[in-house]
Design a protein around this ligand. Structure first.
Ligand SMILES: [Zn+2]
Ligand SMILES: [Zn+2]
Length: 240
């Protein structure tokens, strides 16, 4: 018997043939809450950003790549991100869970995602060096923890703090970010301490939400100094 991390009801974790082989068990959320998550079908997502293709108009899709990704790949940011895979659509339920996790400090909620995070890691990114996307010093001081590190810790592999977030970005200033990108003012810097661990490796960036893909690409760009074999990303949610 366990207690659901979200609704706090007692529930019986499913024990069966599949869970015996540790496939498809999700501990942490009861089945009613878990069903409110909307997994992204890996066979129906954008090859690059992992967005659920069914949720966008067919005219914006070409060769299983969404329009946003084609724009990225036709820009100077081409090739920086090999692929992002998000576990779920950022629906209203997940927005509530992320809000409680990230902004209200209910850190234990992250364990509800463990099985899916580990499954995606093993399936798509096995042996990649895990690098959580850092917060700025100011944001970390304000929040007290970095949500990406908690997600990364679910994988149970040593994480590599290969990135430093040097510039504090103001959340309200979206225009500011665009301007910074245009001027190549990257908030991230590679952490030289981890040069040996990252050089020539496959790197997996971990973040909570992929929205425009700008954060992940700036992080990937900062790591370019280590000439990684490829940079991928694993995120909980794919925003609209
Ligand atoms: Zn529940
Ligand atoms: Zn895409």
């Amino acid at each position: 018997m366990g207690y659901c991390l979200w609704c706090h009801q007692a529930f019986q974790p499913k024990i069966g043939f599949r869970s015996f082989f540790s496939i498809d068990i999700h501990t942490g959320f009861c089945s009613i809450c878990y069903k409110q998550l909307q997994p992204i079908d890996e066979r129906e997502c954008c090859r690059i950003c992992g967005r659920h293709l069914k949720l966008i108009d067919a005219k914006y899709i070409k060769d299983d790549v969404c329009r946003d990704c084609r724009l990225w790949e036709n820009s100077e940011w081409r090739g920086l991100l090999c692929k992002n895979r998000s576990l779920y659509v950022y629906n209203d339920f997940l927005k509530e869970v992320v809000k409680a996790f990230k902004f209200q400090g209910d850190v234990a909620l992250v364990h509800g995602f463990k099985t899916d995070v580990c499954r995606f890691y093993k399936k798509h990114f096995r042996n990649a060096v895990v690098v959580p996307v850092p917060l700025s010093f100011e944001r970390l001081a304000e929040r007290g923890f970095n949500q990406s590190e908690h997600i990364a810790a679910l994988i149970e592999k040593p994480v590599c703090h290969g990135l430093i977030r040097a510039i504090h970005e103001n959340k309200q200033s979206k225009k500011g970010r665009k301007e910074r990108m245009a001027h190549r003012e990257n908030p991230f810097k590679a952490n030289q301490k981890f040069k040996e661990r990252l050089e020539g490796q496959s790197v997996l960036l971990i973040d909570d939400i992929y929205t425009t893909g700008a954060t992940i690409r700036m992080a990937a760009e900062a790591l370019r100094i280590f000439k990684p074999k490829e940079v991928n990303a694993l995120t909980l949610a794919r925003g609209a």
